[in-house]
Design a protein around this ligand. Sequence first.
Ligand code: AMP
Length: 214
Amino acid sequence: MADVTIALAKGRIFEESLPLLARAGLEPVDDPEASRKLILATRRAGVRLILVRAADVPTYVQYGAADLGVAGRDLLAEHGGQGLYQPLDLGIARCRMAVAVPEGFDYAGAVRQGARLRVATKYIQTAREHFAAKGVHVDLIRLYGSMELAPLVGLADAIVDLVDTGNTLRANKLRVVEELMPISSHLIVNPASLKLKRDAIAPLIESFREAAGG
Ligand code: AMP
């Protein structure tokens, strides 16, 4: 049977994927934290996991370096999803993508007056489309992390970021003023892999579907 590679991100998606991988019979043989390996064998013969940066998962699958991947909808939206088959919402790592501003900032007023807003985010494409559709004028500033800091030090008026419990926003005296989309992790598949290795990959997609409960 053809070998199959599944790309996963370290951190929250990996942790939330573990029970799902276990139910699908795809648990890693080594503990990734302890082993520091980036390629992990699984309990299913011929199926391995690779650990990459979350934002790189769609790229690995697009180019066929991985046959399947688990990627957040935030990163799929930003990637554009070209060349990716997206058969399944796994329902894990749920949160929402939102616009947030400092508690005292009159966002609605600024938008009404047609003010040009500075928005810090790592989701440049998604944010650009969102504000363009609403007719809000923005200058987008690309950041790679700790977006919540930007409005506090005068780098931006607003941020576009992921919000789960809202604790990070509250701790930094920010509030949500708009929601862009609900986020969860999706299974993505390289379409050429699916054609060439259908016998191996189709049952894996079914295992994920059952493990995800639907
Ligand atoms: P919270 O304080 O629970 O609202 O979480 C917000 C912080 O966690 C932000 O810095 C987010 O970027 C990050 N975060 C929340 N949910 C996710 C997720 N599903 N995937 C990746 N990062 C997340």
